[in-house]
Design a protein around this ligand. Structure first.
Ligand SMILES: *Cc1c(COP(=O)(O)O)cnc(C)c1O
Length: 465
């Protein structure tokens, strides 16, 4: 499998190279040059496979020229033992034809574990083979940092440095990062805000001279193709469980950077019968606005009850745009350049294609709380605020009632207790067993000034030989 840039002017890469690459040299994102397609019979033959076996079927075509089958199988087997549910991604029914796909049984209680547990293992496998070591550098306001740390804590060839804004992430989220043991893990609490952290990461990727000669930076945000790839699997898993390929299903996806729902789009392009994909946003509605008004533009960031979806721009939307523009990299490079300068509109045909595939819905904090309360009242099922947005969007959609509707539950409610409280519920949501003593564990972090040179000096002096 070869990978190409959405902006048409960067070298083609193989899987090993794309795993280590961040943005393409032309500023674009990497996507597969051709997508594997599964026939109806192929999909029917996947029925009854357990999660790791299904993952092997879906992922093999993307990696097979770089990773021998037996090695891939071993990596996948290890990856999903980290999930504390026999089904890995179980479905829970909440309405006559509505299911919640629980993606929060991984170590950090959010769906990002699906991608990052695999990414850490794939990276370490490839690096071991190449006798190389790398540095992972990322900024987090919450879920990404802990999932990356958990995913990389056993990696022998990776030092991981995660920046978070000092005193500005929730106690649960901070402790999920700072209590993980491992001498290759560094939590840097920066005396600034999340944007300051992100700016330092971006500057460091742009000029890596502060690193020793034998190291480079690797990205763990969703510009990394392997994260998207890992997420395709659970769309197949859920649809098969509900009768695919004989029945179509619809998905409602709480969306921020468009990584998760883009994986659903790929599943559909690979042959899975998906009737519709619903983009569910919070007040930060850049994607809902483009669907409604064909204007793609930035608006100020709002802080909501669903912080993991608080974004102004959805970076992975570029991957969809590439397809909507018939994979014309030159056209896309021009479009994205205009977007850097201000609001843009999509071509008539691109917009038409987008509306044929996706619906969208924006959900306020107030509606989020109402949904948490009403789902609890009706079936004693407690939703986290992100998942509640998915349910609300599903219930507001015009998908025919005979189509099974799957809502992606992206986080465990114990992670966001403020939302449960705001919804007027006084259930004490206990953390799952493996985290019950989270608040007694000792924390390790380094408080650093909001200063690029200080952060880079800290990284350089702590990289292990
Ligand atoms: C990251 C995250 C999202 C948004 O996912 P994208 O791939 O950025 O669209 C939604 N919910 C939770 C809990 C998350 O951590």
């Amino acid at each position: 499998m070869k990978y190409i840039s959405t902006r048409g002017n960067a070298p083609e890469l193989n899987f090993e190279q794309v795993l280590l690459a961040g943005l393409a040299a032309d500023g674009g994102l990497y996507v597969p040059k051709t997508l594997p397609r599964f026939s109806r019979e192929d999909i029917a033959a996947m029925r009854g496979l357990d999660y790791p076996a299904l993952a092997e079927k879906i992922i093999t075509p993307f990696v097979s020229d770089c990773i021998p089958q037996d090695d891939l199988r071993a990596i996948l087997a290890e990856t999903y033992t980290e999930f504390r549910h026999g089904a890995v991604a179980p479905l829970a029914q909440i309405e006559s034809n509505q299911w919640v796909l629980e993606l929060f049984h991984g170590p950090t209680l959010a769906f990002k574990d699906f991608a990052l547990q695999l990414l850490g293992r794939l990276l370490d496998y490839i690096l071991e083979r190449k006798h190389q070591k790398v540095v992972i550098l990322g900024a987090t306001s919450g879920d990404t940092g802990s999932a990356a740390i958990e995913g990389c804590k056993h990696c022998k060839n990776i030092d991981i440095f995660i920046l978070h804004p000092h005193n500005r992430v929730s106690d649960v989220q901070r402790r999920q990062m700072t209590t993980v043991q491992g001498d290759n893990i560094y939590n840097l609490a920066v005396q600034g805000n999340f944007d300051d952290c992100q700016a330092m990461v971006k500057a460091s990727f742009g000029d890596q001279h502060f690193l020793p000669d034998d190291r480079r930076l690797v990205a763990v945000n969703s510009i990394n193709w392997a994260r998207i790839m890992a997420q395709i699997v659970y769309y197949f898993y859920a649809a098969l469980g509900l009768g695919a390929p004989d029945r179509s299903v619809a998905f409602s996806v709480p969306t921020g950077n468009f990584g998760d729902i883009f994986a659903g789009y790929l599943a559909q392009q690979m042959g899975l019968p998906i009737e519709r994909l619903i983009i569910a946003t919070n007040h930060n509605d850049v994607l809902h606005r483009v669907m409604m008004t064909n204007t793609y533009g930035r608006q100020p960031l709002a802080h909501t009850l669903s912080p993991s979806m608080d974004i102004t721009v959805s970076s992975n939307f570029e991957r969809l745009l590439f397809d909507l523009y018939d994979r014309d990299g030159v056209a896309l490079a021009k479009l994205m350049q205009r977007f850097d300068e201000g609001d843009i509109s999509l071509s008539e045909s691109a917009m038409q294609k987008a509306r044929g595939l996706f619906s969208s819905h924006r959900v306020s904090d107030e509606e989020t709380c109402q949904q948490i309360a009403s789902t609890w009242r009706e079936c004693e099922y407690l939703l986290d605020p992100h998942s509640a947005i998915g349910v609300k969007a599903a219930q507001s959609s015009d998908v025919a009632p005979e189509i099974p509707m799957v809502i992606l539950a992206t986080a465990h409610p114990a992670k966001f207790p403020e939302a449960t409280k705001s919804a007027g519920l006084d259930q004490v949501v206990a953390l799952p067993e493996h985290l019950h003593d989270l608040f007694e564990r000792s924390e390790r972090m380094e408080v650093l000034p909001n200063d690029l040179a200080a952060v880079q000096a800290f990284i350089a002096s702590n990289i292990k030989a």
